[in-house]
Design a protein around this ligand. Structure first.
Ligand SMILES: Cc1cc2nc3c(=O)[nH]c(=O)nc-3n(C[C@H](O)[C@H](O)[C@H](O)COP(=O)(O)O)c2cc1C
Length: 190
């Protein structure tokens, strides 16, 4: 492990019963955890459901999730696609936080039907720009992942998928280190 590894929060965005999100998210978390330059924390939106985006009664799970988001140097959002965009539960999590996202990078792992969740990613880029976050270029994307992932939770083309994960994580690492160093020298927005 490198001396000061980046803390990566991997956010699993779907919450419905029988969701595929944890399969994709766990595979990706294993890919990230193998690296020497990162430590990984999984944030499940299902643990952080307030009654509405601006509701007042929040659960203990929500507070834990907020602490994980605060501690992170960088994020990876694992998102599916519902009706050409990302889940409302994920939007809720994003909207109920603000300073956590500022001047930090966000990468994406997407999955869905034919479009592989890529429309969700493009919508999320605009949302995160509003929150002063930087989104990295490369996305790891799976169309119809239920045809790709085996019982053991790994995709059939493990080498190709692993290479895609590495490419995106390399970009996230560059931005994560650059922005962490910059925030230490000059607090963002002041
Ligand atoms: C309500 C609903 C809407 C969906 N809309 C789309 C869509 O617009 N495009 C697409 O590619 N897949 C769509 N899908 C397929 C989902 O992306 C796919 O089922 C995925 O596994 C959902 O993520 P989850 O299993 O983690 O909930 C939709 C699925 C549901 C349940």
């Amino acid at each position: 492990m490198t001396e000061n590894p980046l803390r990566i929060a991997i956010i699993i965005g779907s919450t419905r019963a029988g969701r595929f999100g944890p399969t994709v998210g766990s595979w990706f978390a294993d890919e990230a955890a193998r690296r020497e330059d990162m430590v990984v924390d999984i944030v499940d939106v299902a643990d952080a459901l307030p009654p509405s985006a601006f509701g007042t009664a929040v659960s203990d799970g929500f507070a834990d999730v907020t602490a994980s988001l605060q501690a992170a140097d960088a994020y990876v959002v694992v998102t599916c696609e519902y009706n050409h965009s990302f889940p409302g539960t994920l939007k809720n999590l994003i909207d109920t936080h603000f300073s956590e996202w500022r001047a930090k990078p966000v990468g994406f792992v997407s999955y869905g039907g034919l479009a592989g969740g890529l429309r969700s990613v493009e919508h999320l880029r605009g949302v995160f720009a509003e929150l002063h976050a930087v989104t990295v270029r490369d996305t790891v994307s799976f169309h119809a992942p239920w045809n790709w992932f085996g019982e053991d939770g790994t995709p059939q083309d493990a080498e190709g998928a692993g290479a895609a994960a590495k490419g995106m994580l390399d970009q996230l690492s560059w931005w994560g280190n650059a922005l962490r160093e910059a925030r230490a020298v000059r607090p963002y927005g002041s």
